[in-house]
Design a protein around this ligand. Structure first.
Ligand SMILES: [Zn+2]
Length: 328
């Protein structure tokens, strides 16, 4: 019988924006390496602060922490923006960042000054950046778009968690802001990167915003050998699908075992981190009844084979983020 405490795990989507020793304790007690994701979001501190916090964790316990760098979009219209970003990213990679994070402000917030249209990730503006990342084999973690529910009225959303979030944060609820490019347009812009840069390793955070259909994910995996996803904050959507299509979801995890990375998305919240670790483990490793607030009704654990668990929890992140050279 496998035990959560002993099984090696990489939490490939973790956020801690101030140093808290509790994570080092959890990491050691539960055999975890965290990848701390720097993000250009309003609720996060400045990028420099985030980066320094990530480096502090690494200095204290290098076996248990790593980080993914990011960049600020502020001043992107300025010709100095790209050279400055490039210089910063090179510095971040030199000091150990294992990838670069791209956030949904691109596609959902930032406007082009000439015509007030939304700056999308497939805009030629980003060509030099992606050529650099692709040529230097730097993995890119993209949070582009949002769950499909974001473009639906509250009463049509499939997830209780999404409903609560968009009721609380109406400014992010795309249904209320028809000027925001459509869900399909967000996915199209991301997919364009997969086609245009086949040598770029692209990890779609949050199931690549295709959380509502494992079939849509399977299609992308078949089409693009360079596409991976992490499960962070969206596993509930696959659990929902497993209520009615247990075998389909289980087979998806087995067939695409090389493409899926475990991640909690815990944000400065050790309690949430612990409950995710335990609930997710029960879902993946048992065939017992599970319950989760996001999913209406009980659902069964999918009891994955050990080699699939090993890839999902550990080996994939180690292979894909090649800078992760310290094993736990
Ligand atoms: Zn996140």
């Amino acid at each position: 019988m496998l035990k959560l405490e002993n099984f090696p795990k990489i939490d490939a989507h973790f956020h801690s924006t101030f140093y808290d020793p509790v994570y080092e304790k959890i990491a050691k007690d539960y055999h975890i390496k965290y990848i701390n994701i720097n993000t250009n979001a309003g609720v996060f501190p400045d990028m420099e602060v985030q980066e320094n916090v990530a480096l502090t964790y690494i200095k204290k316990a290098p076996a248990h922490f790593a980080y993914i760098a990011s960049f600020e979009m502020q001043g992107w219209e300025n010709p100095n923006w790209y050279p400055n970003v490039l210089e910063r990213l090179k510095k971040s990679i030199n000091q150990g960042a294992v990838g670069v994070k791209i956030w949904k402000n691109i596609g959902m917030e930032i406007l082009k000054p000439n015509d007030q249209s939304f700056l999308m990730i497939d805009d030629p503006f980003f060509d030099s950046l992606f050529v650099y990342l692709s040529e230097n084999k730097i993995p890119v973690l993209t949070h582009l778009g949002e769950p499909k529910n974001c473009w639906l009225p509250i009463e049509e959303m499939t997830s209780e968690r999404n409903k609560a979030y968009y009721i609380k944060n109406p400014e992010f609820h795309a249904y209320l802001h028809p000027e925001i490019p459509s869900y399909e347009r967000q996915i199209e812009a991301r997919d364009y990167l997969l086609t245009k840069y086949p040598d770029l390793t692209l990890i779609g955070a949050h199931l690549g915003s295709l959380e509502w259909s494992y079939g849509e994910l399977a299609k992308r995996f078949d089409q693009h050998a360079n596409f991976y996803v992490d499960l962070s904050s969206r596993l509930g959507h696959l659990q929902m699908q497993s209520v009615h299509d247990y075998e389909g979801v289980r087979n998806f995890f087995i067939k695409y075992a090389d493409r899926i990375l475990y991640g909690t998305d815990a944000y400065n919240n050790p309690e949430k981190l612990m409950s995710s670790l335990i609930n997710d483990w029960n879902y993946f490793t048992t065939n017992k009844g599970c319950e989760y607030t996001e999913v209406n009704g009980a659902f069964m654990g999918i009891d994955l084979p050990e080699e699939v668990l090993y890839k999902l929890y550990y080996a994939n992140a180690l292979r894909i983020y090649t800078g992760l050279n310290v094993e736990i």
